[in-house]
Design a protein around this ligand. Structure first.
Ligand code: F6P
Length: 336
């Protein structure tokens, strides 16, 4: 029998990602449509600590589905990591009468949510939390896809395509640093899609000679006079890699660190649609009293998973994609 859910909170936390707004919209519209009150918690977990919230109704999420960023603002909260911060947050939940919270963000956001729910249980309160994966890094173990990744890939590709125009004209080497401190999905997908000369990702140890020098040489022997090296930020600094290419290959690369531009922009069709389905699923999971859950995609389907089990899942490295990249950056031309 479904529990009577009267009021829920929704928040975005951690690094923003295009499509977060679409997820907030779906949570609010689904909840309101089912007679559930909805409160927007602003500035991530800090909003719960500081009682920083807004009442939400169907019209408060009008015209945001196409907007990047998050209308609820976001933050990474140090205070929430400790029990004292979470105790304050629970005070706000109690005051507002929240039965559950939908937390939109990454791994850290979900771990915080679980800790909050457990602390509530220890003090005899009940608070269900549901996570929606949103990060441009696509690095949530339980979900094949995270909201924002597709848009970030497209933005990054657009930037690199532009760089290629000028590198081609001047017959230069470009070293581009893309986001991904711990995960190389963005670099890997983008590297394949822009036809990069070489790609470095944090999941693979870098052998400078094989992974860069030899690839630039092969490209030259195949007739190329410009080169595109894509580096995930977790695999090394583009500036240092540029210097080393200069020393070891004798060419003078231009370095571009794309940075936070990759997190902005209007969300793609995939991100809007996925976020909308995930937002709907999150409210349904709360309404069906399924406990703490993470909404995930598995083979294109939206599923909800036990939060603790989901947080223990790890993503296996996408070796098949890496092999495609290797095949396409290693090709032996007629001269080899
Ligand atoms: O949101 C993920 C991410 O963009 C990573 O790719 C990057 O390493 C990090 O966030 C940057 O964080 P900040 O916004 O705090 O500089």
């Amino acid at each position: 029998m479904d529990r009577q859910v009267k009021r829920i909170g929704v928040l975005t936390s951690g690094g923003d990602a295009p499509g977060m707004n679409a997820a907030v919209r779906a949570v609010v519209r689904t909840a309101v449509g089912r007679g559930i009150d909805c409160v927007g918690i602003r500035r991530g977990w800090n909003g719960l600590i500081n009682s920083d919230f807004i009442r939400m109704d169907a019209s408060s999420v009008s015209h945001i589905i196409d907007k990047g960023g998050t209308m609820l603002y976001t933050a990474r909260s140090e205070e929430f990591m400790g029990p004292a911060g979470r105790a304050k947050a629970l005070g706000t939940c109690k005051l507002l009468g929240l039965d559950g919270i939908v937390a939109i963000g990454g791994d850290g956001t979900f771990r915080g949510a679980l800790a909050l729910s457990r602390q509530a249980a220890e003090s005899g309160e009940s608070l269900s939390v549901v996570g929606i994966p949103a990060t441009i890094d696509n690095d949530i173990g339980c979900s094949h896809y995270t909201i924002g990744f597709d848009t970030a890939c497209n933005t990054t590709i657009e930037c690199i395509d532009k760089l290629r125009d000028t590198m081609q004209s001047h017959e230069r080497c470009s070293v581009v640093e893309v986001m991904g401190r711990h995960a190389g999905y963005l670099a890997l997908y983008v590297g394949i899609a822009v036809g990069a000369t070489a790609v470095l990702i944090p999941e693979r140890e870098v052998d400078f000679e094989q992974d860069i020098v030899e690839k630039i040489r092969r490209a030259r022997l195949n007739g190329s006079t410009h080169y595109m090296v894509v580096v995930a930020e977790g695999a090394g600094s583009a500036v240092e890699i540029g210097k080393r290419i200069h020393q070891e290959v004798g060419i003078d690369p231009r370095v571009t660190v794309l940075g936070h531009i990759q997190r902005g922009g209007s969300p793609s069709a995939r991100d809007r649609e996925t976020a909308s389905r995930m937002g709907y699923a999150a409210v349904m999971a709360l309404e069906q009293d399924k406990g703490n859950r993470i909404i995930a995609t598995q083979d294109g389907r939206i599923v909800d998973l036990d939060m603790e089990e989901a947080l223990a899942m790890t993503k296996t490295f996408e070796m098949d994609r890496y092999q495609v990249l290797e095949a396409l950056t290693n090709s032996k031309g007629p001269g080899l």
